[in-house]
Design a protein around this ligand. Structure first.
Ligand SMILES: *Cc1c(COP(=O)(O)O)cnc(C)c1O
Length: 347
């Protein structure tokens, strides 16, 4: 028994099909933990939809798309590596030999180095946006194109922030890029309306890269369930767990449930604290933890349960009401980008 991601396959796939049909030239993004589904599963879905191209985060992730999963062949199409190439990375160098891999380049010096070592490689050139992450400035575009010489430039890439209005910025950058070299425009995080306007502005193909909306947009189609492995009756003051904490007066039942740090249980990212509600929530959680009480992501009967101690590698100890029994399945709230379920089951 384990921590299982149950996927309601019908609605999940119907949503994917809808997103794909609504975005001409879509580049499905599969990286990291595969948004909770695993990279192989996402590759199988892209294959199911007949897509000819996917994006991964790193060169290390390319083989995971190629591997067969659940009896289905791996992804056969082109794979774009989103993290820009850097010198002295043997894995990134290795995939440059693969004619079905497209490498991202974000510095003029790297364009020149790849052109020397791997003439004929397929690349996209990254443009620096207000993200201030990777990319070249407009005054470097012509130099980058000249340095690319023997490389096949399959596009320019523009990666925008999640919030704010960025159509103007994207349009300016694309205009400068196309003046240096005509190639398709690969964009991330333009809203649907902006994407429409962007497409109408330029007469080269536009390829929107989408992960979250594609894989996680079918709200309600995904459920994480953990099984209750054991329940122990405890007396007030009894010490339990690795940390031998004492049971509180209202804690009569200790449950051992599947799921722990290895699965990403209770993994939190620092919040952007964008709303007052998030700030208050962060403060409340901090206060609870200072009192050695921590709300777990497991729930029973619609109520979140308390951790008896921090989660273990593959199990967690929880205080539960008497209604919880061995064999029960508890709902777990997981963050999709840090969840590594033991199994993914398509129902
Ligand atoms: C991860 C990533 C995406 C996908 O982002 P979502 O918000 O999950 O759709 C798109 N573009 C780039 C460059 C990325 O790294």
């Amino acid at each position: 028994m384990s921590l299982v991601l149950h996927v309601d396959a019908g609605p999940w796939r119907a949503h994917q099909d809808l997103v794909v049909s609504g975005h001409q030239g879509i580049v499905p993004v599969a990286k990291g933990n595969g948004y909770g589904f695993g990279l192989g599963r996402l590759a199988a879905e892209a294959t199911r939809m007949g897509l000819d191209l996917m994006a991964v985060g790193t060169a290390e992730e390319v083989p995971a798309l190629r591997a067969a999963v659940a009896g289905q062949p791996g992804f056969q199409g082109d794979v774009v590596v989103l993290t820009p190439w850097r010198p002295d990375d043997p894995v990134a160098d290795q995939v440059l030999h693969d004619p079905q891999v497209i490498t991202t380049l974000s510095r003029v010096a790297d364009v020149a180095a790849v052109a020397r070592a791997h003439p004929g490689a397929r690349v996209i050139l990254e443009v620096l946006t207000s993200m201030s992450r990777y990319g070249m400035r407009p005054d470097e575009f012509a130099e980058a194109v000249a340095a690319a010489g023997p490389l096949e430039i399959v596009g320019w890439t523009i990666h925008l922030p999640m919030i704010g209005e960025h159509l103007g910025e994207a349009t300016d950058l694309a205009t400068a890029a196309l003046a240096a070299h005509r190639a398709p425009l690969w964009v991330s995080h333009l809203s649907a309306g902006d994407l429409d306007r962007f497409r109408r502005t330029f007469d080269v193909p536009v390829r929107p890269r989408i992960g979250t909306e594609l894989w996680l947009g079918a709200h309600g189609a995904m459920r994480y369930l953990a099984s209750v492995q054991d329940v122990h009756e405890v007396t007030a003051g009894q010490q339990v767990g690795y940390w031998q904490r004492r049971a509180g007066r209202r804690h009569h039942h200790l449950a051992v449930v599947s799921g722990g740090t290895a699965n990403g249980v209770a993994m939190q990212a620092p919040t952007a604290a964008a709303t007052l509600r998030q700030v208050v929530q962060t403060l409340a959680n901090g206060a609870m933890e200072a009192g050695r009480l921590a709300l777990s992501p497991y729930s029973a009967g619609g109520h979140k349960l308390l951790f008896a101690e921090p989660p273990h590698m593959q199990a967690s100890l929880l205080w539960v009401p008497s209604s919880v029994h061995v064999g029960d399945e508890l709902e777990v709230t997981m963050r999709a980008t840090t969840a590594t379920p033991d199994q993914v089951i398509l129902d």
